[in-house]
Design a protein around this ligand. Structure first.
Ligand code: FAD
Ligand code: DLZ
Ligand code: SF4
Length: 508
């Protein structure tokens, strides 16, 4: 009897565990484009094009390699739209009840597969071994610890996988070069152009599909030029290593109006789809360091993002379970402002970041964390709504990586499991790391009043409003001491400015 091997939309790699021991002559590979998956979030149009086009190209690659692929297209008349029914239909078509699957990357999809009755289906779920750290290893590391700090986890993985190590010491005798990675670009920079892939016939068909079926989804459909095959994604990685890696560290946190891509790698979307594997990315960057000697702050900073942060947030996601998304430590209840979808706001930093997100399905880490996220934290937006937005708007967004970043890192909704303090900041931080304030209608130097930068009074208002939950955090001690030195009148002014501002936002 043949085995049905299901490949999900973010498992697009021939090394995926579901394909190990595949009998090309007998086994069938099932891939399906599904209404349920395309519709559970208001996915950006470019994200949908990326996923469907990459799935179609991967199916073609498998066929060329001699595999038998049963591909269910979005518009196939009998397409039920969900994984469970498509597996049952395929079992009937191929007269098989033996199904092999690599573990889905998110709880929702895992639960859908587990709901299939064992009387109907003999289902084998295999580990997703694309990651450096398995669920069991993460659990073992987390066991008995009060705090789960990324830095400790990252050092363990550096040692365990012998990455950037000199015997049992870190190369250069330092684990972390973050302090050197906070420069703002002064003077003129000729940023390298990002990788641009011309649309082939497969992609053109998908663009038409998305334009027709998902016209009401968020984001611009114009000029889709992402990589859609593994070969193209490897070219993106090569281009990064050749042209951007050297300055990646220095300007990792910088933001410039009109410059969406800077010195970042833009590979997150390909890693998360399976087109690139984290181990090969880390290995290539470490090799580039040996061969052409880019600065260690860039190399270590980049490897930390992938070996450290990416593995760590995945560990937290699975450790915390499906209920993590319901945590709301700060009891934030406000609605997400409408301008997060339209970019129609006078706050220039938000306008720039949301416009780039609409155009490109991309914004880099500091834009997501310190502008967009910081605003939702300071204004107390309900975590469910913030998560729904981030899950929709970025091409690299999948719940396992989006949720810990948003609920843990941005919103402090888990009460400090992931972050040692909320990443709250006033306009001064945004002004230091960007050129956004220069062309803003608000004045970053003003602390109160109609022309003051809203981040300034929102920051202090946030500390006042959440005092009972935050004042015992020793990393906020200095801020609370500064707050306490303010006069009663000053604190009232902060609170009334925040109220007036929020009323104007919600009235829009
Ligand atoms: P680079 O800056 O070049 O970094 C290299 C790689 O490191 C990234 O491709 C990514 O794989 C990894 N990485 C860096 N930071 C993180 C992180 N905090 N968590 C996990 N991986 C990281 N990343 C996603 O992949 N999907 C998401 O849905 C997502 N949502 C985010 C939401 C918020 C609020 C924040 C603050 C961060 C989020 N990130 C997410 C992390 C990070 O912003 C993106 O991975 C990065 O911007 C992708 O662009 P890049 O490939 O150019 O990354
Ligand atoms: C995100 C997504 C989208 C938009 N569409 C599909 C799809 O049609 N078929 C599919 O197999 N996967 C899709 N995905 C990815 C899934 O939502 C989900 O993230 C993965 O299946 C989990 O491993
Ligand atoms: Fe953003 Fe304030 Fe700067 Fe305007 S002044 S861009 S609102 S930080």
């Amino acid at each position: 009897m043949s085995t049905l091997r299901v490949i999900l939309g973010d498992q697009l790699n021939v090394a995926i565990s579901a394909l190990a021991d595949c009998d090309k002559a007998n086994d069938i590979i099932l891939m399906c484009e599904l209404k349920q998956e395309a519709g559970y979030a208001n996915h950006h149009k470019k994200k949908l094009i990326l996923i469907f086009s990459a799935m179609r190209h991967f199916a073609l690659e498998l066929t060329e390699r001699g595999y038998q692929v049963d591909y269910v297209h979005y518009t196939d008349p009998d397409n039920s739209g969900c994984f469970e029914q498509e597996v049952l239909r395929a079992c009937q078509r191929h007269q098989s009840n033996h199904v092999v699957l690599t573990e889905p990357s998110e709880h929702r999809v895992l639960e859908a597969f587990e709901s299939l009755s064992s009387e109907q289906i003999n289902l084998h779920i295999r580990e997703d071994d694309r990651f450096f750290c398995s669920h069991a290893e993460f659990q073992q590391w987390a066991h008995g610890k009060d705090t789960l700090r990324m830095e400790n986890f990252y050092r363990l993985l550096r040692k365990r996988h012998n990455i950037l190590m000199d015997g049992d010491k870190p190369v250069g005798d330092r684990w972390n070069y973050d302090a050197e990675n906070r420069k703002t670009p002064k003077g003129k920079h000729d940023f390298p152009l990002p990788y641009r892939q011309k649309q082939d016939e497969i992609t053109q068909h998908v663009v038409t599909l998305v334009a027709t079926e998902f016209a009401d989804h968020f984001g611009s459909i114009e000029n889709f030029d992402f990589a859609v095959t593994r070969k193209q994604a490897l070219a993106v990685l090569d281009k990064f290593i050749e042209q951007r890696l050297t300055l990646f560290g220095d300007f990792q946190d910088a933001m410039l109006a009109g410059e969406a891509w800077l010195y970042h790698s833009h590979i997150g979307m390909y890693l998360n789809l399976g087109l690139l594997l984290p181990a090969e990315v880390v290995q290539r960057v470490e090799q580039a360091w040996h061969e052409s000697n880019p600065p260690i702050n860039a190399v270590e900073g980049f490897i930390r993002q992938i070996l450290g942060w990416r593995e760590y947030v995945r560990g937290i996601y699975w450790l915390q379970g499906p209920d993590y998304k319901n945590q709301n430590f700060l009891n934030a209840q406000n609605d997400l402002p409408e301008f997060f979808w339209s970019a129609d706001t006078e706050l220039n930093c938000l306008k720039q970041c949301i416009t780039e997100t609409k155009d490109n399905a991309y914004a880099h880490h500091i834009q997501r964390l310190m502008v967009l996220g910081n605003f939702t934290l300071l204004t107390g937006v309900d975590p469910h709504q913030v998560n729904a937005w981030y899950l929709a708007v970025y091409a690299d967004a999948y719940e396992w990586v989006e949720l810990p970043n948003v609920s843990g890192m941005v919103l402090y909704a888990d009460g400090g499991l992931l972050a040692s303090k909320p990443y709250a900041a006033s306009g001064a931080y945004i002004n230091k790391m960007s050129d956004y304030c220069k062309s803003c209608r608000y004045k970053v130097s003003l602390k109160n009043g109609a022309d003051a930068c809203p981040f300034n009074y929102l920051y202090w208002n946030f500390l006042i409003s959440n005092r009972d939950k935050l004042e015992s955090n020793f990393r906020l001690g200095m801020s609370y001491r500064t707050l306490d030195k303010m006069s009663e009148d000053k604190r009232s002014l902060i609170q009334s400015d925040a109220r007036v501002f929020w009323a104007s936002v919600t009235a829009e």
